[in-house]
Design a protein around this ligand. Structure first.
Ligand SMILES: Nc1ncnc2c1ncn2[C@@H]1O[C@H](COP(=O)(O)OP(=O)(O)O)[C@@H](O)[C@H]1O
Ligand SMILES: [Mg+2]
Length: 228
């Protein structure tokens, strides 16, 4: 359902061109969960932005459900994001002026697939039942992150893209939130592409991929790499 074909991405910086991705191939099946690992600055967030159509590759193709994102205009890509994707980033991006219930429903409403039974279940499972009328600033960091996860899953997206979704939380809270994320992803039948630094977090996922020197490697291939 998500495919990268020979994707290249170079940023223009004052110091000159910075090549971040140099020939990335990736194939993610429906319902599959994949951990994306790699050192800080290796291009993980760049890869997720390309997957979400928030940026375009210089060369190569990114396809969702066999449709090339570069073949669509901005509004076409926004449409794909609404209909197909859930996004969870380190910053929660909750809407401060909307209460918990409205934050949760916003995305699903925009996608035209609001499901009040699923929303209520999400609120319950996220430990936010009874807090529907509270505003984000009245929630703890862990609760805000759970709400951001719930919002991304409220539309039962075909693919959840999560960029270090618990990077801002303490270890215990992070573990609880991640367990919940994986359970809810399984329940909503979504595919998952998640950036994480933690081998423990990555372990239960179907596959672990490592971004290094602009290339994506399967974890098992790591020991066969030449030393560079
Ligand atoms: N918009 C941008 N313009 C220029 N350089 C960028 C931009 N975004 C990211 N970079 C650089 O590209 C590299 C990869 O960044 P990023 O994808 O955020 O890595 P990661 O998420 O793995 O830490 C870093 O060196 C970063 O500084
Ligand atoms: Mg990053």
């Amino acid at each position: 359902m998500l495919e990268f074909r020979h994707v290249h991405k170079t940023y223009t910086t004052p110091q000159g061109p910075l090549s971040v991705l140099s020939g990335v191939d990736l194939h993610l099946d429906a319902g599959e969960s994949v951990a994306l690992m790699g050192e800080s600055g290796s291009g993980k967030s760049t890869l997720l932005h390309l997957a979400a159509g928030l940026d375009l590759p210089d060369r190569g193709e990114v396809c969702i459900h066999s449709q090339s994102l570069a073949s669509l205009d901005e509004s076409g890509r926004a449409h794909v994001r609404r209909e197909t994707l859930g996004l969870v980033f380190q910053q929660f991006h909750l809407v401060a002026s909307l209460n918990v219930a409205d934050n949760l429903r916003l995305q699903a409403r925009l996608a035209g697939c609001e499901d009040s039974v699923w929303s209520a279940k999400l609120l319950e499972r996220l430990g936010l039942a009874g807090r529907e009328n509270h505003y984000p600033e009245q929630l703890s960091g862990g609760q805000q992150q759970r709400l951001a996860i719930g919002r991304a899953l409220a539309s039962r997206p075909a693919l959840l893209l999560a960029d270090e979704p618990t990077g801002n939380l303490d270890e215990t809270t992070a573990e609880t939130v991640l367990e919940l994320l994986l359970e809810l992803v399984a329940e909503s039948g979504s595919s998952l592409l998640m950036v994480t630094h933690s081998p423990k977090v990555a372990a239960p996922l179907d596959r672990r991929l490592i971004l290094r020197h602009g290339q994506l490697l399967a974890e098992s291939g790591e020991s066969h790499l030449p030393c560079v």
